[in-house]
Write a new protein. Structure first.
Length: 236
């Protein structure tokens, strides 16, 4: 099941591609192992699990807030030498209100694929509807920081997970097709039935995966823009 530890590190999931590829291409890998791997990757690529995990974590943050002790907001010296405002109720009442408002907006976008949600997330951030996490002291665990980190990293991390997991699923199925037909298909459409009739697409762009084959070999990839706006490619 998807949780924050999964989609938070989604951009590093692509490191698994050569590992999975080598395993699938190995003659010692059994069909049972390939099928089990396909099932696990199908779960990882399930966008509904992302939506569910956001809702669970939102509830968790609210429970954390409700269990905070009461405080007068005094400045406290930490054991590491820096000072901070002791967090508790009621000084975070406004924070909780903002958090609920921001998470409500984010949860409305959660069902959308990343390429549809991204413009709206950027609009919310540009208009100041989401708290700037860089202006917050994260060591205070301000609930408002969570909603901003979700908008910045959660959606993008999930896009990495879905794009890479589906690339791996396609790669495994292409190898399976080769074993059954002694050649790779000319088009990915030949694998559509394995996805219920609709092939997965690049979660960053909504475009099909880049696939080319001469029947004896194939290339499979998707592209995305990194934090610096540079185009990156993840290949099978």
């Amino acid at each position: 099941m998807a949780d924050s530890s999964t989609w938070w590190g989604g951009k590093y999931y692509s490191f698994l591609v050569p590992v999975v590829r080598n395993s699938v291409e190995s003659e010692t890998t059994t069909e049972e192992t390939r099928d089990r791997l396909l099932g696990q990757l199908t779960d990882v690529a399930d966008h509904e699990l992302f939506e569910e995990s956001l809702s669970r974590m939102s509830d968790m943050v609210l429970r954390f807030y409700d269990n905070l002790p009461r405080t007068d907001g005094n400045i406290v010296e930490s054991v590491w030498g820096w000072s901070y405002r002791y967090m508790g109720q009621p000084i975070l009442n406004d924070n909780k209100h903002d958090f609920c408002k921001e998470m409500g907006q984010i949860l409305q976008l959660a069902p959308l694929p990343y390429w549809e949600a991204e413009p709206e997330l950027e609009r919310l951030e540009h208009e100041g509807m989401l708290t700037d996490e860089e202006s917050l002291y994260i060591w205070q665990m301000d609930p408002r920081a969570f909603s901003s980190y979700i908008s910045s990293f959660g959606f993008e991390g999930q896009a990495h997970l879905e794009s890479t997991a589906n690339l791996l699923r396609l790669g495994i199925l292409l190898e399976q097709y080769k074993r059954e037909h002694d050649q790779y298909p000319e088009r990915l459409d030949a694998l559509a039935d394995a996805f219920g009739g609709t092939l997965p697409v690049n979660a960053f762009t909504g475009e099909p995966y880049d696939y080319h084959s001469d029947k004896n070999t194939f290339s499979l990839a998707y592209t995305y823009q990194d934090d610096k706006g540079e185009e990156k490619t993840v290949e099978w």
